[in-house]
Write a protein that binds this ligand. Sequence first.
Ligand code: ZN
Length: 173
Amino acid sequence: MANQLAVMVFRACATVLLALLIVSSLGALAADEKPPPPTCPVCSHVIAPADSVVVTDFRAPKDTTYCGLFCALKQMAEKYPASRAIAHSPISGNEVRIIRTGARWAIVPTTAVFLILDDPQLPPAQRWRVFDRQARYIQFLSLHRELLKYKPRPTRLPQVIRLLTPPKVGAHP
Ligand SMILES: [Zn+2]
């Protein structure tokens, strides 16, 4: 009888101890577990909020965030015939919208200018940027003179679209 009681007490103690252990380990997990920083679905780089570009696919409809314009516009050209990208101009923080409707592309504001740095060694987020107007583009380059070595030129949307959709060589002999 005393033996049985001892076994019951032991089991009860063991159960409580186990429960306590589980609860404390869960607590430790929750304390350590910060959500991982968001990464770009194209290049897997961590997305910096200032460079992030959100693309809305109007067919889904679905929003996807990319590390920057380079990855975002490439995805729009390849996958989303009815879509819109929202970027923010460095310096002013103003919104720039790029809209694709099939083969037609548009930009708002129409004064927007791209800075294209043609170097695959650069992180994608730094390769393409868009400014709401040319004055911001010039201001940005004067603050980042190290970029002048790429000999950048202010680039408008039609030229950027040509970079995204190069003519298919040899498709029609
Ligand atoms: Zn990316």
